[in-house]
Design a protein around this ligand. Sequence first.
Ligand code: IPE
Ligand code: IPE
Ligand code: MG
Length: 247
Amino acid sequence: MSTGKSKTPSFDLRAEELPANIGIIMDGNGRWAKKRGLPRQFGHRAGAKTFRKIVKHCEARGIKIVTVYAFSTENWRRPEAEVNAIMDLLRSHLKESLLDFKNENIRTRFIGDRTPLSEDIQDLMAEAEASTADRTGMILNIAINYGGQDEIVHAAKALAAEVKEGNLSPDEITAAAISSRLYTEDQPPVDLILRPSGEYRLSNFLIWQAAYAEYVFMDVLWPDFTEEDMDKALMKYAGRNRRFGGV
Ligand code: IPE
Ligand code: IPE
Ligand code: MG
């Protein structure tokens, strides 16, 4: 369990200063392993541990929605052995998370196109979603085979099909209509995008939802990312002045 508030003594944000919806790009696993002379998959294994720790910490801090980027539509370009290692980790996470998150009030959802994933993984995903569906605490979206562009294409096809069937008129294609057909459905926009590892890009993550998000980039590799780092990011966010085009 997270030790919560005691970890960062100066952390004293009020609930309304916290981002409701956070996207985390869990990056830097490969470099973490390389620095230690280990194969890249060891970095992914270490990153999976960090994922659990940080998700629990976000829940303890009262965050409403966290979306983690676990595997992008572009990550298939990696060597087959690495892709397989990531899928194996996903499989074991899905089996263990049901136990590990058993006492957490977290609802797990998956975003992305699951159809190319192996059938047993798809079944485990459905099981994790069904078994946590009635939880009332934080929503955890795990992005797997997720790409922001792919998600918008998916929404556009859904809208086109509805128009073709005569259930929707072209005038009804609004930003809200597109939003509701994304993988994130009726969830609110993203407030904070957090990317560790020292890269300064979105890499096709939540490109629609993050239209007015604040960005926090940190120079720490994901497996080394701590609860204190998370608190630092929350504090940076709280210091921002969001205007949404107004004054
Ligand atoms: C992020 O870490 C995990 C995935 C993309 C699956 P990387 O594997 O991208 O690590 P670096 O960026 O090469 O260090
Ligand atoms: C983004 O990281 C995807 C995930 C963290 C899952 P990448 O490492 O794939 O992104 P690029 O290639 O550096 O942009
Ligand atoms: Mg990377």
